[in-house]
Design a protein around this ligand. Structure first.
Ligand code: OOG
Ligand code: NI
Length: 467
């Protein structure tokens, strides 16, 4: 029997094997990431595992996929449900000023700390907004919708097996193997010829729209390993002659705690694809849409912390307008030093980040048997409670837009004077027939559950974290 956790881990491995065969540079990225993590663990044995056990971090991946319609999204959500992955968060990348990104996104991932510890595989999933008039006029919308309606990305058998896995909590060995093979094949790069004219019309609007709606199949766009030192990884990849994008997205490297997420990527590679020309002939050509990405994860921020982060990014934009990437990094560093506490304790005391609290076995919750219960600060100071950071498991819209943009040949075109199509978390939920979790609520619940367990172990009334 394969339960959802075993299915998830097996699917991540199977996707990784397929993607590595398709994109050999991925192997280089994984090898360098593994070497970086091994070196960090050896150099800093006391702190390297602060944000996750080294075996979890080194096995950890996120994928990115892109679909065209609400119906396709609903079917892929069913496949992920079999793997214990639920939609978390709503990202609207259409507002990005620089690039034409007619999509909205969510992330499928495990939502409990137990499931995350077993295997944290997550997939950033985007769906095209075909009726957004800033990108597509009414005729193009109609053609695009008809094209998408005529294809099947996720066949009935794989979706039915997924539904059974979700209902029964797993699959028999034979069914699991069949399901994993079919599910992996859904994301394989197809050698079906690409209609050059159709692809080109969509690419004129948006490279992402062409990648999604210009072909009859889908594919995994990238698989991202997690590293403990992204600056070291960047330098090692560059030394191997791999051209990285010119910036690490998100927070800078600094002396304080890492928060949220730092990401970088290498440029999309030209891959052989076949094209059907307007005269019907089929010729070989290339497309550059898939790239390699790597990330370093930090501590999850509370709504107050995230608010501060978003304002810090605005301050960076203002201070670094027209600057080179190196200058921009200096501006980031100055903003970080001015606005963010330099210790975990500082973040916790200011209610800016999420932590788990664990009672030390045998510890007491009161200074004397008949005394008043100790405060959270006293329990931490006396060593009765230990605080560990909760890792950020989600994505950053700004970094995602930057990753998309830096890997497209052209910015595309759009008419910002036109009315956009409404999309929100409710639309996503309706499209899938599933709850879209709020990431902040998941982190807050995880923190509070740890406090409740600690208070019970210490036999004192409920504890709450500073906010
Ligand atoms: C997704 C781009 C965003 C991330 O990690 O933020 C992303 C895509 O290219 O489909 O992968
Ligand atoms: Ni990614």
């Amino acid at each position: 029997m394969y339960d959802s956790h075993r299915l998830r881990a097996a699917f991540a491995r199977s996707l990784s094997a397929m993607y590595g065969a398709e994109v050999p540079a991925y192997h280089t990225l994984v090898d360098v990431s593994t070497a970086v993590n091994t070196d960090v663990a050896a150099a800093h044995p006391d702190t390297a595992e602060r944000l996750g056990r080294i075996d979890r971090v080194t096995a950890e991946r996120h994928g990115a996929i892109r679909v065209g319609t609400a119906a396709e999204l609903r079917r892929v959500a069913q496949i992920f449900a079999a793997l214990g992955m639920e939609p978390v968060g709503f990202y609207d990348l259409r507002g990005d000023a620089a690039t034409s990104l007619p999509i909205v996104s969510t992330a499928f991932r495990p939502t409990t700390s137990g499931a995350l510890a077993l295997n944290p595989f997550r997939v950033f999933t985007s769906v095209l907004v075909t009726d957004d008039r800033r990108y597509f006029d009414a005729d193009l919308t109609a053609e695009l919708d008809a094209f998408l309606a005529a294809r099947t990305l996720f066949g009935d058998e794989v979706v039915e097996l997924a539904a059974r896995a979700e209902a029964d909590g797993g699959l028999s060995d034979a069914d699991a193997e069949r399901f994993l093979r079919l599910a992996t094949a859904c994301f394989e790069l197809s050698d079906e010829p690409v209609d050059r004219a159709w692809y080109g019309r969509l690419a004129h609007v948006s490279g992402v729209a062409a990648d999604i709606g210009g072909v009859t199949t889908t594919h995994i766009n990238h698989l991202t390993p997690r590293v403990l030192d992204i600056d070291d990884l960047y330098a090692r990849m560059a030394a191997l002659g791999i051209t990285m994008i010119d910036e690490i997205q998100g927070p800078p490297r600094w002396e304080g705690p890492d928060v949220l997420l730092r990401q970088t990527s290498f440029k999309a590679l030209a891959e052989r694809r076949r094209f059907r020309e307007p005269d019907g002939s089929v010729v070989d050509g290339t497309l550059s849409v898939r790239f390699g990405e790597v990330e370093q994860r930090g501590i999850a921020l509370t709504p107050a912390g995230r608010d501060r982060y978003d304002r810090m990014i605005v301050a960076v934009d203002e201070g670094a307008a027209g600057a080179t990437p190196a200058e921009r990094n200096e501006v980031k560093l100055a903003v970080w030093r001015e606005h963010l506490p330099t210790t975990e304790q500082g973040l916790a005391d200011a209610g800016l980040a999420f932590f788990e609290y664990t009672a030390v076995p045998g510890a007491r919750g009161r200074p004397a048997d008949d005394g008043a219960p100790s405060s959270l600060a006293e329990l931490l100071a006396s060593g009765a409670l230990v605080r560990t950071p909760i890792v950020y498991e989600d994505f950053l819209p700004r970094s995602a837009a930057g990753i998309f943009a830096s890997n497209l040949d052209s910015a595309g075109s759009r008419d910002s004077t036109r009315e956009g199509a409404p999309r929100d978390e409710g639309w996503l939920a309706d499209a899938m027939g599933r709850v879209v979790h709020d990431p902040m609520e998941l982190y807050a619940a995880q923190q509070q559950a740890s406090l409740d367990a600690a208070a019970a172990a210490l036999r004192i009334p409920a504890l709450t974290a500073p906010s």
